[in-house]
Design a protein around this ligand. Structure first.
Ligand code: HEM
Length: 396
């Protein structure tokens, strides 16, 4: 390791993206203890791993902009989405979508629809068989719920999953591989065509969906922004609930006393909150430094990009005892799995409802003796997004 003489920020040229993808938590533990502010050459960013620092960055949008110039997100989405905007421009677009996410709509509208979706999808699972809940439940359930929330129920689960992955691959296409952008261009064209049909429907027959509230607003935002923000929700609204559900199930199966307590006392909210803290579905976010500043005595120059690792913040020993353990009984402490500041996840309450209050209790109600026969077979994977690659359970 060397140190940048100008900024006094230590520089690492050993940690690889492959290592961060396979086993990030052991790396973050070491960084929190030794070099919590570290330039990592393989990711071309200064990585921040302490909870106080990630929160400071996310809360101060004027100093740390969301418009990270290093990601090819604009190219993939063919647009500048709300996730990369700041201040009033961001607020205007976030507010446009907000009515769809309101507590009133969650209770009065999405609860009933999501319960029906869960009944359909859990009802299809074959009793007595071993099924991978990644493809058998978690991914399609997340995709179907999202179609209703966004106002595009005409989209198939398979299309939603393909579009989501294509947008994610494009937004992560740092090597500018042409085929990845060709695929995201094709997906954008398919989504635009579908959205045109859905707009006609919600104009004629308004509902509570994000598309409907945006196009029927008194002073609507530009159509191009409506479409790009529905796309950002497709890109970011499937993987996280999918991975969270699988992570929570894995945490419970590998801690049978906690699973028993959950079943006995309906502790699903605690199981959910601990699951997203334990393995944050979105592990890291980046911010552009707008003025020369300082973090933990290190000079950080205007124009640098800092990476706030919320996965590491959620394991910070300053806040959590034995953070690497899944423990639904740990004292309640706010976590950063949903981010912080103006870009705090807009889908937080929706995710809690669809997982903790609907599908988890329903799944164990239908299969009270469900087991995970081979926990060692389950592999967690991912640097930006993280979760189990499969979860084969026996349904009894
Ligand atoms: C367990 C599930 C989820 C987790 C852990 C999660 C996590 C996050 C995080 C960490 C951010 C902030 C990213 C940043 O600061 O750069 C975010 C933003 C966002 N999330 Fe979620 N999310 C989840 C589910 C959902 C769902 C179901 C939706 C539904 C559409 C959603 C919609 C959004 C939107 C629209 C934003 C951008 C908000 C903005 O930029 O103002 N999320 N999410």
């Amino acid at each position: 390791m060397t140190t940048d003489v100008m900024s006094n920020v230590p520089v690492d040229d050993r940690i690889t993206i492959a290592e961060l993808t396979a086993d990030p938590y052991s790396i973050y533990r070491k960084l929190r203890a030794e070099t919590p502010v570290l330039r990592i050459n393989s990711i071309n960013r200064i990585m921040l791993t302490k909870a106080a620092d990630t929160k400071h960055v996310k809360d101060n949008w004027e100093l740390f902009s969301s418009d990270d110039p290093l990601t090819p997100m604009k190219r993939a989405f063919l647009a500048h989405t709300l996730m990369r905007k700041d201040g009033e421009a961001h607020k205007r677009e976030r507010n446009a979508m907000a009515p769809a996410f309101s507590p009133r709509n969650i209770k009065g509208c999405w609860n009933e629809i999501y319960t029906q979706v869960a009944k359909d999808y859990v009802g299809r699972l074959p009793r007595g068989e071993t099924v991978d809940l990644f493809s058998g439940l978690a991914a399609p359930y997340a995709a179907r719920c999202l179609t209703y929330l966004l106002g595009i129920p005409e989209a198939s689960d398979a299309d939603m999953m393909r579009w989501s992955q294509t947008l994610i691959d494009g937004a992560g296409n740092f090597g500018n591989v042409p085929e990845l952008f060709e695929r995201s261009d094709a997906a954008n064209a398919e989504m635009d065509a579908l959205f045109d049909t859905c707009v006609a429907r919600v104009k004629a027959d308004p509902d509570q969906s994000a598309l409907s509230v945006m196009v029927n607003a008194d002073d609507p935002i530009e159509r191009s922004q409506i479409y790009s923000n529905v796309k950002i929700a497709i890109g970011g609204g499937i993987n996280e609930p999918r991975d969270a559900l699988l992570t929570i199930l894995y945490g419970l199966f590998t801690n049978p006393d906690q699973l028993d307590a959950c079943k006995a006392d309906a502790l699903w909210d605690a199981a959910f909150e601990e699951g997203v803290r334990w393995v944050a579905p979105i592990q890291a976010s980046s911010r552009l430094v707008m003025q020369d500043t300082e973090i933990r005595g290190h000079a950080i120059a205007k124009g640098e990009v800092v990476m706030t690792v919320q996965a590491s913040a959620c394991h910070d020993e300053d806040l959590y005892d034995r953070p690497e353990e899944y423990n639904i009984f740990r004292p309640k402490t706010p976590h950063q799995a949903f981010g912080n500041g103006p870009h705090f996840c807009q889908g937080t309450h929706i995710a809690r409802r669809m997982l903790a209050q609907i599908v988890l209790p329903m799944l164990f109600d239908r299969f009270p003796n469900m087991t995970l026969p081979d926990p060692a077979q389950v592999k967690f994977w991912g640097f930006g997004f993280r979760g189990p690659l499969s979860l084969p359970v026996t349904l009894n």
